[in-house]
Write a protein that binds this ligand. Structure first.
Ligand code: NAD
Length: 455
């Protein structure tokens, strides 16, 4: 089927109003969960083939999140989609005012490879829960997971409701030429701009989940041992190929040495390896080569070993790094952690603010005043105080970037809102019609208007 035919069919199906029914949406979500549950073994095989991601990591960072999204949507859909009454202003009394949510229509979801299930299926769940139809385009960079998603979903759901289209730049460009009612994109800021341009042609609304350099700020007054444990886990999970991984550490000069020792011993303790199931391959050779070039041998504090054949890069700590170094130019997106010290917190804030707005920021500080100063002065998508990454798992926290790290957000109710339009309605009875607004105008009418609504 050509892309235009798929979209025509989805449009027709959407216009049949079947997706407006909450029961229908819940049924599809249940079906999707059952499909994933019964296919877990092939999902694990595919992701292992792509980059040796273990069952433990796949379940805990991908499937489990999707299952939770589905369950939450099923449970809360009636509430989320309920007509919401709002107050009516004086001049419209005795009318009533309310907001009705409605699905947007035919949605395009473009995913990234680094969490190939979660980053495609979580938006899919939100789009279906909101009553849309979906064309899903996983990343070609993780070909096995893309293929398994296509095989499973296309065999189980009608293409007029949801369909997986596989492909790379060529296919995505052709898809972007079509007219959608919503485009939800996860990927780099570079490609995000391409998607935004394509969407603008049809004034299609977009959600762009993009990238950035997310700092972890470690102040002098924090529980360094716990800090090191949390930063190391967040950074080296998925071998650093996580959009919200701490990209680099900014640490108070007075505790730099202590933190470095703790980071190193935590890395050693975690014993990262493919065999232990807690480390993954770098996704492909070009990313491997890109990352290898970022490891300046003179700056290695720990790690630095690489193995092209296995696409392995050891968890690496760099010191003596300055903001002018190549590793600080753009998002690292791999297991390399520069640790940079600061002596003046305001300088550190200035450095962060001189770059693009980060997708995440992690603030490690026991001092509430300092925490609040950092939260107040730095703009970033979202983040955590005294932790890293875990904000992602709370579906009550809308997830998304700001500035070049993204537009819009999702997760939980935010996902429902992202794929919905909110129609504002004023509903008036006929039994009362004050004539103030109608001609002929008079000074007496104006006096009444001033008295009733004038400020
Ligand atoms: P990418 O931008 O290269 O690709 C993302 C998607 O865009 C893929 O499906 C790909 O096929 C498509 N694409 C690539 N080039 C294209 C082009 N020229 N025209 C049209 N479509 C194109 O990103 P990636 O390498 O798959 O993922 C890694 C990036 O994604 C990192 O920068 C990471 O920070 C970011 N990311 C962001 C989030 C988030 O939630 N904000 C999550 C994961 C990854």
């Amino acid at each position: 089927m050509s892309y235009s035919e798929i979209i025509r069919k989805q449009n027709d199906f959407f216009n049949s109003n079947q997706t407006k029914d909450i029961g229908f949406r819940i049924e599809q979500l249940r079906k999707l969960k059952a499909l994933l549950k019964s296919s877990e073994s092939v999902l694990y095989e595919a992701i292992y083939a792509d980059f040796k991601k273990s069952e433990f990591d796949t379940y805990s960072t991908e499937l489990n999140i999707i299952y939770q999204d589905i369950e939450e949507s099923i449970k809360k859909l009636p509430k989320w989609s309920r007509r919401k009454k709002v107050r009516t202003n004086l001049v419209n009394l005795p009318g009533r005012s309310y907001i009705i949510s409605e699905p947007l229509g035919v949605c395009l979801v473009i995913g990234a490879w680094n969490y190939p299930y979660q980053l495609t299926l979580s938006p899919l769940v939100a789009a279906i829960a909101s009553g849309n139809t979906v064309v899903l385009k996983p990343s070609e960079v993780s070909p096995a997971t893309s293929a398994v998603l296509a095989r499973l979903i296309n065999a189980s759901f009608p293409p007029e409701l949801m369909v997986v289209v596989e492909g790379g730049i060529l296919e995505t460009t052709a898809l972007l030429d079509q007219k959608f009612d919503k485009i939800f994109f996860t990927g780099s800021s570079r490609v995000g701009k391409i998607v935004y341009r394509a969407a603008a042609k049809n004034l299609t609304p977009v959600t762009l989940e993009l990238s950035g350099k997310s700092p972890a700020i470690v102040t002098s007054n924090s529980n360094l041992k716990e800090v090191a444990k949390r930063i190391v886990w967040a950074k080296f999970l998925n071998s650093g190929q996580t959009c919200i991984a701490p990209d680099y550490v900014l640490v108070a000069e007075s505790v730099r040495e202590e933190l470095l020792l703790l980071l190193k011993s935590q890395i050693i303790k975690n014993n990262y390896s493919f065999e232990n199931g807690n480390y993954v391959q770098i996704i492909n050779e070009s990313n491997f080569n890109r990352l290898r070039c970022l490891i300046d041998a003179n700056r290695i504090y720990h790690g630095g070993e690489t193995d092209l054949q296995n696409r392995y890069i050891a968890p690496t700590l760099l010191t003596g790094v300055s903001f002018d170094d190549q590793v600080m130019e753009s998002e690292i997106f791999g297991p390399i952690l520069p640790v940079i010290s600061y002596s003046d917190l305001n300088d550190a804030i200035g450095k962060i603010k001189s770059g693009s707005k980060p997708l995440a920021c992690y603030i490690f500080a026991n001092d509430k005043t300092i925490r609040n100063k950092l939260l107040n002065e730095i703009s970033f998508g979202g983040g955590a105080v005294n932790d890293a990454l875990m904000h992602f798992t709370n579906s009550n926290l809308p997830f998304g970037g700001v500035g070049s790290s993204g537009i819009g957000n999702y997760h939980g109710e935010a996902g429902f809102k992202t794929f919905s339009h909110f129609k504002s309605i004023l509903n008036k009875p006929f039994w009362l019609e004050p004539n103030l607004k109608y001609p002929p105008y008079s000074n007496r009418k104006l006096a009444w208007i001033k008295r009733l609504i004038g400020k």
